[in-house]
Design a protein around this ligand. Structure first.
Ligand code: AN7
Length: 372
């Protein structure tokens, strides 16, 4: 029997891995949790469900970062640079993931972290992360956009470093995800699908793809496909949305900070930014978990919902490679996960009682038949 050889793996974070592309120097203290290096998982079920078997759809599963979202890539940069520049505290507004990540990286280097979150609209898992990593949590009676305005004003007049994506180091760190995809595929994909909230990530990926090509690490550029939730789609509607609403609370944002650069990513790449409904997000969220074995959060499912819509309109060229960023872990939002009509059945500890509940069991597989 062949055994898989054990190779020593040096685990390093995105700054060490891609430092030649990042504004760091020997003087930069690297605050890292070995973020990045997330898997690019080939879709098993989606192409055939869409009737497009030739498509290759890859999920970049960012939910496997240390705090469970892509925010760690930007936060390792933002907090490292804040420390280098002498900051002793950081602050952000957040729909949840940014606050979890900021709190973690701040805790790692002994910085104080302040997070402003919109009242009632952040997933439980993200809130408890901010608390457990020791951040000072302030609930703002307003939405994310209100909280971000406050953070901008407070950090302009107090010695606190802002770590929202208006901090340029955040975008720098986040672009490393595009590098990893090119490294894995050997080139850029044909399309890159991504959820859009504050629009930092679509900006970061586009920069990453462009820089990698400029430096000769890839030959092509993808079309950038951004997806907003229909109730929070300012870029699609071309106007600020005063009261954004969506089940995907991570992207419940009505006035994105990186609006202009999201438009640039869309137009320079020849891509598009569209909206998807909450029902489409729900479908994609369940599909990912129930058919692909990937538990991602609702905002992440928005990108998959968008790909489904485009595929139904025959948007994709035959045989295309589509990368799809799944931005965060499904474990972040247990309340949403439990909002479906699953039944929990308690039974007496007897074989009969268990068999009665599980119902018909699928027949055993013969050696010849495939898994599916
Ligand atoms: C899972 O944490 O804005 O378009 O404050 O958590 O770069 O904003 C989160 C955004 C997509 C959108 N998916 O990314 C925050 C925050 C998930 C997210 C987005 C977010 P951007």
């Amino acid at each position: 029997m062949n055994r898989i050889k054990k190779v020593p793996v040096k685990k390093i974070g995105v700054i060490e891995r891609y430092q030649e592309f990042l504004p760091v120097s020997d003087r930069t203290p690297i605050i890292s949790l070995n973020e990045g290096n997330t898997p690019l998982i080939l879709s098993e079920a989606l192409p055939s469900v869409l009737g497009l078997k030739g498509l290759k759809i890859y999920f970049k599963f960012e939910g496997l970062n240390p705090t469970g979202s892509f925010k760690d890539r930007g936060m390792t940069m933002a907090v490292s640079k804040a420390l280098e520049e002498g900051a002793t505290s950081v602050m952000c507004a957040s729909t949840g993931n940014t606050s979890a990540s900021a709190a973690a990286f701040a805790s790692r280097c002994g910085m104080k972290c302040y997070v402003l979150i919109p009242e009632g609209k952040i997933a439980k898992g993200k809130l408890l992360q901010a608390f457990r990593y020791g951040a000072k949590v302030v609930v703002v009676k307003g939405n994310f956009d209100d909280a971000l305005e406050l953070v901008k004003k407070i950090t302009a007049t107090h010695p606190i470093q802002i770590v929202n994506s208006v901090n340029p180091y955040r975008i720098e760190g986040q672009k490393t995800a595009a590098f990893e995809i090119c490294d894995d595929l050997g080139d850029a994909p044909d399309y890159h699908a991504i959820p859009v909230g504050n629009a930092g990530n679509i900006t970061a990926y586009w920069r990453g793809y462009r820089e990698y090509k400029e430096k000769g690490h890839s030959d092509t550029l993808p079309k950038m496909l951004g997806f907003q939730a229909a109730g929070a789609a300012p870029i699609v509607l071309n106007r600020v949305v005063k009261n954004p609403e969506t089940i995907a609370t991570a992207i419940r944002i009505g006035n994105p900070a990186s609006w202009a650069s999201a438009l640039k990513a869309r137009d320079e790449s020849g891509g598009l930014i569209e909206s998807v409904t909450d029902d489409e997000i729900r479908w994609a969220y369940r599909f990912l978990a129930e058919r692909e074995g990937i538990f991602a959060e609702p905002a992440s499912a928005a990108a998959v919902a968008g790909v489904v819509n485009l595929a139904k309109r025959n948007y994709f060229k035959k045989g295309s490679r589509i990368a799809c960023t799944l931005t965060g872990s499904g474990l972040k939002d247990p309340e949403f996960a439990l909002s479906f009509d699953d039944r929990i059945e308690s039974v007496e500890p007897s074989i009969d009682a268990v068999l009665k509940v599980i119902g018909t069991v699928p027949p055993a597989r013969t050696k010849k038949s495939s898994v599916r």
